[in-house]
Write a protein that binds this ligand. Structure first.
Ligand SMILES: CSCCC(=O)C(=O)COP(=O)(O)O
Ligand SMILES: [Zn+2]
Length: 215
């Protein structure tokens, strides 16, 4: 399958979901200093053949322009001729799609997620116990315990990918890049948004809880 085989209405739906989420997250201050990137997959999925729409690199994500998104393939190459550059972190999106077959991936930087990733870096995961929002991940056990994986961050993005491959936990729809930001995904944009919001709630909760208990 190529991007030309994907029905136009699917591509338009993906772009309109991305526009909506981008504007909502921008209103929450979730894209400071041009950080963050968003993608939605389109068409059929095979682990070695898929396409997705992704934010263009380096843009002010609080502004809407006709040049905010482009379509890329599983290797991160633009599907159509364009002067736009895909997100510098496109290879992380590709790897998460390859591993999970999910439908949307949202990445943001926040003070809470960055601090918490450093607080728990020595154990390589953020432990969370019994917080109600764990249910947003479809984990319904009483007093559930989860561990959100933290992976190393590098300026050279391809160097981040192998640890994402190794550490991605199928039960947890997110992964933290150390002192960088959270990647959250879901079957579609609605679910990826729910997961991202739950992660951010949990990171703030963990940060404040640690502050209270470390005094
Ligand atoms: C200025 S933030 C550094 C890059 C980054 O981490 C990010 O999320 C945004 O990169 P993009 O290429 O997707 O704009
Ligand atoms: Zn980033």
């Amino acid at each position: 399958m190529t991007i030309q085989d994907v029905p136009l209405e699917d591509k338009q739906r993906a772009l309109s979901e991305l526009r909506e989420v981008k504007s909502l997250f921008a209103s929450r201050g979730w894209f400071p200093g041009t950080s963050g990137n968003l993608s939605v997959r389109v068409g059929e999925f095979e682990a070695d053949n898929f396409q997705f729409a992704i934010t263009a690199s380096g843009k002010d994500k609080s502004i809407s322009t006709p040049e905010d998104f482009l379509f890329v393939d599983q290797s991160g190459q633009a599907c159509e001729k364009t002067s736009l550059k895909p997100s510098a972190e496109t290879l992380i999106h590709s790897e998460i799609y390859r591993l999970t077959g999910c439908g949307a991936i949202f990445h943001i930087h926040s003070v809470f997620n960055s601090i918490v990733s450093e607080l728990f870096w020595s154990r390589k995961s953020i432990p969370v116990d019994g917080v109600e929002l764990i249910k947003a991940f479809n984990i319904w056990e009483e007093e559930a315990h989860i561990e959100i994986p933290i992976v190393s961050n590098f300026a050279h993005i391809p160097s981040i990918v192998p640890e994402v491959t190794e550490r991605l936990d199928p039960r947890i729809p997110g992964i933290m890049l150390r002192k960088h930001g959270i990647y959250a995904w879901g079957a579609n944009a609605f679910e990826a948004k729910r997961h991202l919001e739950a992660f951010e709630f949990i990171f703030e909760y963990v940060y404040r809880w640690e502050l209270l208990n470390r005094r």
